[in-house]
Design a protein. Sequence first.
Lengths: 243, 191
Amino acid sequence: MLSYAPGDSIAHRLDPRSKLAVQAGFAAAALAYTTPVALAALTALAAGIAAASEFPLRRTARSLRYPALLLAAGPLVAALTLGPPWFEPSAAVEPALGSYRVLLVLVVSAAYVRTTPVSESRAAIQRTIPGKAGQLLGVGIALVFRFLPVIRGDLRRIQRASAARLGTERGAVERATTVGVLGLERTFRRADRLSLALQARCFSWGPTLPALSLSRRDLPALALAAGLALSALLRGARAVGLL
Amino acid sequence: METETEGVDLVEGRVVRQFARAALLAALMGATAIVAIPIAGIPGTLQPLIVFLAGIYLGPYWGATSMGLYLAAGIAGAPVFAGWAAGPGVVVGPTGGFLVTFPVAAFLIGYAIHRGGDLRDPAELSPLYLGGVLLVATAVLYAVGVSWYAWVVGIELGEAALAVAAPLIPGDLVKIVVAVAIARSGRIDTV
């Protein structure tokens, strides 16, 4: 599993908002182009971003196993034909390029996860979305993080208890119903206790967030994000015939 | 640190209760990424089931909020997506279409069951109606999920359906049955 690790790389020192901007710009550029030349440029850029965030390559590769499998399915299905020659590799080239660009987006996204602590991501999202919606979103993200291991523990206990009572011998519907009812019951019981505790502590609309500040360091990242977004826009404008 | 000192604007009790449930249901959604129950030989997670339950028990608005929180936490780096994945890129990844439609599906289910007003007890609804609602929501999920995959990889819709949707259909039909069984059990209250 890939998660945040403290460090001193360039990406660690950037403001989370400029990192999110780079993510969005990269995704837009990758989705706008599938030509081999553009993909080579994006590959070099992704490698640069990976180097600037010093993330462990092997663990990242492992965390991309599942989406990589799913992305490989598309070109494979496209290459299969009903009737001779049954398998046509040339039909898989375009989809393979399409799949590859998504993989690049996932690599760049892994760099973000590796270099950004949750509290900063939360602050970035909460500051970008104004008003009460942004505040509920910020608190909600923090709660999901806090309760994820707790509820994971609940589910594990439910499964172990069910297995001890030979629940594993039952059919899929019965097993899933048991896990679903018990999991939901415990989750809602925890939520009701949490809401009581929040109210007892005067849960209000006034947040305390870590301070974020954009500095000169962020300028290159923001310029990169703007450039990538512009390239995607240009491509879009050309596609609809404006340019 | 920036602390708001101008005044205290308390969050209303009903909102706190629904909000806590929405946030923890989002955590449950993330936690079920690790629960794999093989259905017809294919190990699927219980995540679609949680989308159904979000609409059924939290209603349209808080159900959609809950799924939105799940996505936001995943984007912020919580390992809540299938296969312990996290990060902003996953949302435009191969399963991105399914992910961004979760809030929409939860809203549709919640609206069809509660009609936007006070939450009703889902145990009172006919199982046929419940099942129909969940089937329609699942169809919406598949339509967006498959279209997104087809567009992003650059293949035809039929091929995309074969690659990402066909293996999941039996499991998701079972999850509809399970969600109806949970709703009819009457063991869980709405706020």
